[in-house]
Design a binder for this molecule. Structure first.
Ligand code: AMP
Length: 474
């Protein structure tokens, strides 16, 4: 039997706001988390972005704030949501505004990279819900422009990423400033020891909910692979983006991942030299630059965005038709997160991976640890000529198409390692050795030499279980 939002005990204004959003039923994390949070229990949720966790903590909290009906405190807030990145903070604040539209609660967000003075002014009269990155919040507290003594609900979102980004001291400090009797809702995609310690410090007898899926790629994403030399990737990208080399799917918005910030900038610069406008978002960009890039991407004014994992985490942009892995991620589950940026909210999506010789081990890691399944595409006929800038050359002889890395069922590993410890530009060496698996061609991951035709068989992933994921997962 499917559970409905009104069975969860939410109030009419919140239910109406959900109606306006067009959500018909709760996602698994919402169904599990909303009742205990409404009761006032602390919560520890293991869930990634895309599972609907923002609504899971926001909806019941809005109801609790309404019911308590305390005054909006001067220079303080009633609900504090801490988030690792500026983009995620912005998104959560927007959700709070949407969900709380009819609840009459004031919502603000403060993030680094913007004017502190403006933040000070806007928070002078206090707010009901504040979404903040930890650094900026502490700046204001240090300046005595904000206090945390009126906090009734504290949310830590993507706690593992906050640790990765070095916010541990900030979090400790904040934990000393909030009242002891507040409610704490703690979310993390992974539960390493340090996070468990934090949960122990922050939460009192928390209800534990988990919707961490197996590392399962969304079912509507077709995944393709080009084997290409590292120094030839730019040429391939240009050919694809200029559509001189057709790839499956119609371009709407193309999100391109690099492993490093410098890599992202380099791609943007080289595309610009070819007259292909693109923007980059990464940790070295100022907040206005990041916001502008995202806005232009959303409006499809500049529909090509180059991103690093850290900057892209948690970003929810509808209408991403293609994700291109210009460089493969060195953490397999990150591949799942990346390509999950497409095929959101019921749409189809295309993911294209560029794999160079020295990334074969990453590719193997991905195919062994996730359910990713690639169809290999041939390099364009004129590719050599384009790379060398000498005009058209003879097309290469046709070779039979071959699937890369067919995967034995049940091989997916839990996504608990997702992104753990991977800051921008950091590299994790692929594991040297994997236990040999039965029924799987050795070295097939990167080494299969077949070439295929673009848009041949639609590559539907077979593993649909996806434990607890809803259709709009990221
Ligand atoms: P989140 O994991 O909170 O980032 O949410 C991922 C996406 O799912 C967002 O675009 C939400 O607007 C959407 N969403 C959240 N809850 C629901 C729901 N119950 N039904 C449909 N979409 C939802």
């Amino acid at each position: 039997m499917t559970i409905t939002f009104d069975q969860l005990g939410l109030s009419q204004p919140v239910l109406q706001a959900l109606d306006l959003k067009g959500y018909s039923e709760p996602t698994p994390i919402q169904a599990q988390a909303i009742p205990p949070v409404l009761e006032g229990r602390d919560l520890m949720g293991i869930a990634q972005t895309g599972t609907g966790k923002t609504a899971a903590f926001m909806l019941p909290s809005i109801d609790r704030l309404r019911a308590a009906d305390n005054q909006t405190p001067f220079k303080s807030c009633r609900m504090l949501v801490l988030a690792p990145t500026r983009e995620l903070a912005g998104q959560i604040a927007q959700s709070a505004k949407d969900y709380g539209a009819l609840a009459g609660l004031k919502v603000h967000s403060i993030v680094g990279g913007t004017s502190v003075n403006k933040d000070r002014n806007k928070l002078h009269r206090g707010t009901d819900i504040l979404v903040a990155t930890p650094g900026r919040l502490l700046d204001l507290i240090d300046q005595k422009a904000f206090r945390l003594d009126a906090v009734e609900v504290l949310v830590l979102d993507e706690a593992d990423q906050m640790l990765d980004l070095g916010f541990i001291h900030a979090l400790r400090k904040i934990s000393e400033l909030v009242p002891d009797d507040r409610q704490t809702l703690f979310f993390s995609a992974t539960m390493p020891k340090q996070i468990q310690e934090l949960v122990g410090k922050y939460c009192h007898d928390p209800v534990k909910v988990s919707v961490t899926p197996a590392a399962t790629t969304a079912e509507r994403i077709d995944q393709y692979l080009f084997m290409v030399q590292q120094d030839e990737k730019q040429a391939l990208l240009e050919l694809i983006l200029s559509e001189r080399h057709k790839v499956p799917g119609k371009f709407e918005r193309v999100l391109i991942f690099t492993r490093t910030k410098h890599g992202a900038d380099r791609v943007v610069k080289k595309l610009a030299q070819r007259g292909i406008p693109a923007n980059a978002i990464h940790g070295n960009k100022s907040q206005p630059q990041r916001q502008r890039a995202l806005d232009e991407f959303k409006r499809a004014k500049t529909p090509i965005l180059i991103a690093t994992d850290v900057a892209a985490r948690g970003i929810d942009i509808p209408g991403v038709s293609h994700v291109i892995n210009y460089e493969l991620p060195n953490v397999p589950e990150q591949y799942v997160h990346r390509i999950g940026r497409t095929a959101r909210a019921g749409a189809d999506g295309v993911a294209i991976a560029f794999c160079a010789e020295d990334e074969r081990a990453y590719l193997k890691d991905i195919t062994r640890n996730t359910d990713a399944e690639f169809e290999r595409l041939p390099l364009p006929d004129n590719f050599r000529a384009v790379v060398e800038g000498v005009g058209p050359t003879k097309p290469p002889a046709k070779q039979p198409r071959q699937r890369v890395s067919p995967k034995p069922k049940g091989g997916a590993r839990g996504a608990s390692g997702a992104a753990g410890g991977q800051g921008e530009g950091q590299q994790r060496k692929p594991k040297a050795k994997h236990p040999a698996r039965k029924g799987r061609p050795q070295g097939a991951g990167a080494g299969a030499g077949g070439q295929g035709r673009p848009g041949g068989n639609r590559n539907r992933n077979r593993n649909r279980s996806g434990g607890g994921q809803n259709a709009s997962r990221g």
